[in-house]
Design a protein around this ligand. Structure first.
Ligand SMILES: *Cc1c(COP(=O)(O)O)cnc(C)c1O
Ligand code: SF4
Length: 346
């Protein structure tokens, strides 16, 4: 969920030209997020030796980390699994063979601006070009969001696409992070989707509940709970340490609004590439009322090769994980292969 100028609080959103509303707590927290390598290293007490690399990575893809997420990182520990996800490194400048800027070939499946239709029965809508955090491994770190942030008129075009295709039963709000859009924008969009009779489900792919748990506030719960659509929220959490009490409470609020909660993770070197880390993640997710859904192997995006875990090792990890977890806490190990009709199980 990224952009080249990511995670700016939107003054002109993709759905509405202006939101005059008072800023909500989560929007203030987002506007105060750390956005420079210097501030990140200072806040976390990292040795100055980390700064030049962080500055190099930042030049390719900007730092963005809100305080609510920073608070879960152990100061002074360069190997903290949450820090690894947000600290830029010089290695991001490396370009190994096979690592490209659009690894999923999404550009070929964009029949309308901001709408990606790859799989039967469901379409993905880029509901916000921005994110609340910039994850270094993100496969959309080179995504041309500016070209994909639709205006109101362009939304009408996407909505017509959904209306005209009776085989579509599910709309997936994605991004960026769809919950980085304002509730006014989202309530409008969801209202339009509800009016399409053949749509049954609203799915939201978001990292925000685990980044700024205050995002799950009354304004959001109002439109979510009121929707006639069945609601699925797919969180994105990679490590058990990301789930503090505030995140658990946010999950409970989403559940109370009628949402089914699932989680997708990315298998990341130095973050969650051990049986212990993956087992603890599944256990902690379930304590928060969330079921593991996908464990993605890394998409080969330029700048993220240092996070890669080879397929053979990934399969072994998952086989060993199966020995320690109940079946319902097992994520499905998958890869996204351009041109395939679904994610591909490994
Ligand atoms: C991953 C993805 C989906 C959702 O796939 P599921 O297997 O249903 O979770 C839908 N559309 C696009 C373009 C995707 O990349
Ligand atoms: S992984 Fe998700 S939240 Fe993180 S930068 Fe990418 S799109 Fe944004």
């Amino acid at each position: 969920m990224i952009t080249r100028s990511p995670a700016k609080v939107q003054t002109s959103g993709p759905l509405l030209a202006s939101d005059a509303d008072e800023k909500a707590s989560w929007q203030r927290q987002l506007s105060q997020a750390i956005r420079s390598p210097e501030a990140l290293c200072r806040r976390l007490g990292l040795a100055p030796a980390w700064l030049p690399g962080a500055a190099q990575g930042h030049a390719l893809f900007e730092v963005c980390v809100p305080e609510a997420y920073l608070a879960r990182i152990t100061p002074g520990d360069p190997h903290d699994p949450l820090l690894r996800q947000v600290l830029p490194l010089a290695a991001e400048g490396e370009m190994p063979a096979g690592f490209v800027s659009d690894p999923l070939a999404e550009a070929a499946h964009t029949p309308r601006r901001g709408l990606i239709h790859k799989y039967a029965g469901r379409v993905l809508l880029i509901a916000s070009p921005t994110c609340a955090i910039n994850c270094r491994y993100c496969f959309r770190r080179h995504f041309p969001y500016d070209a994909n942030a639709p205006s109101r008129a362009q939304w009408k075009d996407s909505l017509n696409y959904l209306r005209d295709d009776l085989s579509l039963h599910e709309a997936i709000l994605s991004g960026g992070d769809p919950l980085a859009a304002s509730d006014r924008q989202l309530a409008w969009l969801v209202g339009e989707l509800e009016a399409i009779p053949h749509l049954k489900r609203l799915r939201i792919h978001t990292r925000l509940p685990a980044v700024i748990p205050d995002r799950i506030d009354d304004a959001l719960l109002d439109w979510l709970a009121a929707s006639r659509l069945q609601k699925v929220v797919v969180l994105h959490i990679n490590h058990a340490n990301e789930i503090d009490d505030a995140v658990v409470a946010a999950c409970q609020r989403l559940k109370a609004a009628g949402a089914t909660l699932l989680n997708q993770s990315v298998l990341l070197r130095g973050v969650n590439d051990s049986v212990d880390a993956l087992a603890a993640l599944s256990e902690r997710l379930f304590e928060a009322g969330v079921l593991p859904y996908y464990l993605h192997v890394l998409d080969p995006v330029a700048g993220a090769a240092h996070f890669d875990v080879p397929d053979g090792e990934a399969r072994e990890l998952v086989a060993d994980l199966r020995k320690v977890l109940p079946g319902f806490l097992m994520p499905r190990l998958v890869r996204e292969i351009p041109g395939e009709a679904s994610k591909t199980p490994l």
